[in-house]
Design a protein around this ligand. Structure first.
Ligand code: SAH
Ligand code: SF4
Ligand code: F3S
Length: 457
């Protein structure tokens, strides 16, 4: 694997030589989850190493890269729309178009690109991102369209360049792929089976980030608590070891699976002072019957018990979650079970999704699909409940002192600063720019649904 990456560095150097003195530019569009964002940081690292610099205006770009997601349907229309818009620019200035990511692992999408958008130069998949330097070199030299998608699981590649989006918060992918095959989900088909990185590679990356001033680390994977570092080195071991790294002040992780919250993981969350006490606990549905057909491997009661057990062990813990509305076969009663769990667990944050049929998944083949109108009505009911829960929860913050990592100036009001609490709430407050990137104590004075207002004490 090392040789493979060394080989790719040779291509990066070759392209860099070809580009010398040309001041070439690139644009990138990232459409997916945090894993995709982390992949995009690697793509940016590769492109910059080859002599391209980043521009927001797509019209100025010599390479445009799309890093796609296919977890829900709406991303497809968006991608095809954007590629359609690029046709004129391609004809005018020969812009290289490269499309990668999860959607490229879907055959019907690649076929559609071939037939309707033949001017796309490079199609690469989730297992071939590391070969982008070679693909770009070949395009520059041979001007031939390249398909670089493989179906077999990729290896774990270390040592690619990376250009991070932030200078204070960083994501570190700890494992690739997913073995769970939840029946609604396309991810296992497009990301392959679970592969964990060596823990030493992960720890070195975090140490390096700490040395470069990073304070907050998010450990990433589709099922982080099934991380397997070998020799009985598990996710809990990783939490303890990252917790020991000087300079890192906050540790988050997404996504864990409720079925893998073993005692040792709960204990590690409790004992590691830097691990934020907001835990993502993806519910998906509150109905045991729907959970079974989703292949989630827990019941409504087990989920509630897990949340209660964690609260007993870690009194300050709060939860965020993901919920899908309108999975095939979901009855009014099933949906009410979901509402019931939302009321009981009192989530701090809820990411809500309307079920979207994905080609190739068992859910897509189920007969009892829910009509769009009912899905939307249920979604609105859930949203109303969630919003009332959030504003109630926000009340609890008023008058408290919170540690806030100051991220920068507020986008809506440059006179104000913005940051996040340990529990990931946005806090806006008045302060001087020298506070940016530090962790400070703020008194919360008011709540505004999606953010809190704070005051320096
Ligand atoms: N591995 C993570 C997240 C995967 S995708 C986990 O298991 O939590 C992020 C979220 O998208 C999922 O948690 C789920 O709520 C949602 N999702 C996945 N497939 C979906 C589909 N077909 N329709 C609607 N939402 C979906
Ligand atoms: Fe998809 Fe389930 Fe894997 Fe998450 S755990 S990526 S929802 S199959
Ligand atoms: Fe989307 Fe792929 Fe992430 S399908 S959610 S970008 S793993």
């Amino acid at each position: 694997m090392k040789n493979e990456i060394e080989e790719q560095y040779k291509f990066m150097n070759k392209v860099n030589e070809l580009n010398t003195g040309k001041e070439l530019k690139y644009s990138i569009f990232t459409m997916g989850c945090q894993l995709n964002e982390n992949d995009s940081e690697k793509i940016c690292g590769i492109l910059e190493k080859m002599g391209y610099s980043k521009v927001d205006d797509i019209n100025e770009a010599d390479i445009v890269c799309f890093n796609t997601c296919c977890v829900r349907e709406n991303a497809e229309d968006k991608l095809f729309g954007k590629i359609g818009e690029m046709k004129r620019q391609k004809e005018k200035k020969g812009t290289i178009i490269a499309i990668g990511g999860c959607m490229m692992q879907e055959k019907h999408i690649v076929e559609k690109l071939h037939s309707s958008y033949p001017y796309v130069d490079i199609i690469f998949g989730t297992h071939t991102l590391h070969k982008l330097p070679e693909d770009i070199y070949k395009i520059l030299e041979e001007r031939k369209r390249i398909d670089d998608v493989i179906d077999i699981d990729g290896e774990v590649y270390e040592g690619l360049p990376i250009k991070r989006d932030d200078i204070i918060k960083a994501s570190v992918t700890i494992m690739y792929g997913c073995n769970n095959f939840c029946s609604y989900c396309i991810v296992p088909y497009v990301r392959g089976r679970e592969r964990s990185r060596d823990y030493e590679d992960i720890l070195n990356e975090v140490r390096n980030l700490a040395q470069n001033g990073y304070k907050e680390i998010t450990l990433l994977g589709q099922n982080v608590n099934s991380y397997d570092g070998g020799e009985n080195y598990k996710f809990s071991n990783l939490l303890y070891d990252v917790n020991k790294i000087d300079g890192i002040e906050r540790i988050r992780f997404v996504s864990p699976h409720p079925k893998d919250f073993t005692e040792d993981v709960i204990e590690a969350i409790k004992k590691c002072d830097k691990v934020c006490k907001i835990i993502h606990l993806p519910l998906q549905s509150g109905s045991s019957k729907v959970l079974k057909s989703m292949n989630r491997k827990y019941t409504k009661e087990q989920f509630i018990n897990l949340a209660e057990k964690m609260k007993e062990s870690i009194p300050e813990v709060v939860f965020s979650t993901d919920i899908i509305v309108g999975f095939p076969g979901e009855t009014e009663e099933d949906f009410e079970d979901t509402l019931d769990v939302v009321k009981k667990v009192n989530f701090e944050q809820v990411y809500m999704f309307i079920y979207s049929r994905r080609v190739g998944t068992p859910g897509d083949k189920m007969e009892n699909q829910i009509p769009e109108e009912i899905k939307h009505k249920r979604f609105d009911r859930l949203k109303t409940l969630v919003e009332s829960g959030i504003s109630k929860n926000n009340q609890k913050y008023i008058g408290t002192i919170q540690k806030v990592l100051v991220e920068g100036q507020s986008k809506n009001n440059p006179n104000m600063l913005t940051g996040r609490t340990d529990s990931n709430k946005v806090v806006i407050f008045e302060g001087t720019k020298d506070l940016i990137h530090s962790i400070i104590d703020l008194k919360i004075v008011s709540e505004h649904m999606w953010y809190l207002k704070g005051k320096i004490i």
